[in-house]
Design a protein around this ligand. Structure first.
Ligand code: AN0
Ligand code: CP
Length: 317
């Protein structure tokens, strides 16, 4: 595997799950595979889970790991091409990428959407520059439009907890005080659409995701109908995608928060969220503290998804 930026980089959902179960059964089977190989993780944005789980995955594979927080201690990087660099950014990403690549074998990149220029974000300009100029396998640790390691871990979690062959999975928008990217819901939708699950998305009017990500999902505006009979409730906030509203907050309506009343409409659904989550904005204390919440197990599966991906990359070096 030379790159991992979306579900399309894995042959099939069946293959993804086989790789994951393999890692779960014996996490230390491939210690020799990563010996004397270096993973470089580059963060343009904050992280708790991705940082730790990806490092743990690499360590399980016997690798060395270097972490760079671009905004803390490194030179500020210019990412636009053709600009006169007379501002506050002393280094261009066009030099920085090959230099960083010369110190490692595999690169992970976290670079969120700026939410100002939809074209720049949806063309994945920064991630694609890493792919184009590093000459190394590159994987996304959440880029502008997708968070595939998260969605992969979500899939593993659903497979572990599902009580019926074809569960109803609901992705619901929930309120948040700050504008957030669409990467997590886009990516979750993209992965769910590759499965046989019944997949439903609900959100207030105006929060429609890009059609390429919605795919064959049912978009249900009636929140009660959306929750009815669900086996998994996956909550996430995102900002508007469409037109002039790109990156804007259109609603902070707390009626969309996941609470016990809504969960009572489901078929004893499990509650999921990628974390970090704002309690009593996205989800009530009661729901996240209940036995139906599987958010911590979901986060623990981030090691598994990262390890499955990095292992495939090591095999292709
Ligand atoms: C980020 C987001 O919504 O994309 C990261 C989630 C994994 N969340 C926040 O910035 C709160
Ligand atoms: N879910 C997730 O990616 O968390 P972090 O932003 O803490 O890495």
């Amino acid at each position: 595997m030379k790159q991992f930026t979306s579900v399309k980089d894995i042959a099939s959902i069946g293959k993804a799950l086989d790789l994951a179960w393999d890692v779960k059964i014996n996490p230390f089977a491939d210690q020799e595979l990563g010996k004397n190989k270096t993973l470089l993780m580059i963060f343009f944005n904050s992280s708790l889970r991705t940082r730790l789980s990806t490092q743990k995955a690499a360590m399980n594979l016997g690798m060395n790991v270097i972490v760079l927080d671009v905004n803390q201690g490194a030179w500020k990087l210019e990412t636009e091409k053709g600009v006169i660099m007379d501002g506050d950014k002393p280094e261009h990403i066009l030099e920085a990428i090959p230099v960083m690549a010369s110190y490692c074998d595999i690169i992970g990149v976290r670079s969120f959407a700026g939410l100002e220029n939809r074209e720049f974000d949806y063309n994945e300009v920064i991630l694609n520059q890493f792919i184009q100029y590093s000459g190394k396998p590159v994987f996304s640790m959440e880029a502008a439009t997708r968070h595939p390691l998260q969605s992969y871990a979500d899939l593993i979690t659903i497979e572990e907890y599902k009580r019926v062959q074809r569960p109803k999975v609901l992705l619901t928008w929930a309120p948040h005080p700050k504008a957030l990217p669409q990467a997590v819901p886009n990516s979750f939708a993209e992965w769910m659409n590759e499965t046989e699950y019944e997949f439903v998305i609900t959100h207030p009017e105006g929060y429609e995701l890009a059609p390429e990500f919605v795919g064959k999902a049912k978009v249900e505006y009636d929140i009660k109908k959306a929750y009815e009979g669900a086996h998994f409730v996956y909550a996430k906030n995102w900002s508007a995608f469409s037109g002039d509203n790109y990156g804007q907050i259109l609603s902070k309506d707390r009626a969309w928060m996941v609470d016990s009343e809504k969960m009572a409409l489901t078929d004893q659904a499990f509650f999921m969220h990628c974390l970090p989550v704002r309690r009593n904005m996205i989800v009530s204390d009661e729901v996240i503290d209940s036995s139906s919440s599987i958010v911590v197990h979901e986060a623990s599966n981030r090691v598994v998804s990262a390890q499955a991906v990095i292992r495939e990359m090591l095999r292709s070096l």
